[in-house]
Design a protein. Structure first.
Length: 67
């Protein structure tokens, strides 16, 4: 069983653990994989391009209405 230091408390934690048993902080590798998976699913459905176009348009409209 491989051990790695916790990024928060520095104590040794199993490399397969999702959280540190001492302080409870999440493992950063799992968070990075989850974020990459979410981005991949957005790219595969075409939603990412829609979001990249829609968000700036909505922000400009809000800015014009509030100005």
């Amino acid at each position: 069983m491989a051990l790695k230091p916790c990024r928060e408390c520095g104590r040794e934690v199993s490399a397969q653990a999702n959280t540190c048993p001492h302080c409870g902080v999440s493992a950063p590798a799992n968070n990075a994989l989850a974020a990459a998976g979410a981005l991949q699913s957005l790219q595969s459905c075409g939603c990412l391009m829609t979001l990249l176009i829609t968000i700036p348009i909505v922000l400009v409209i809000l800015f014009v209405l509030l100005a």
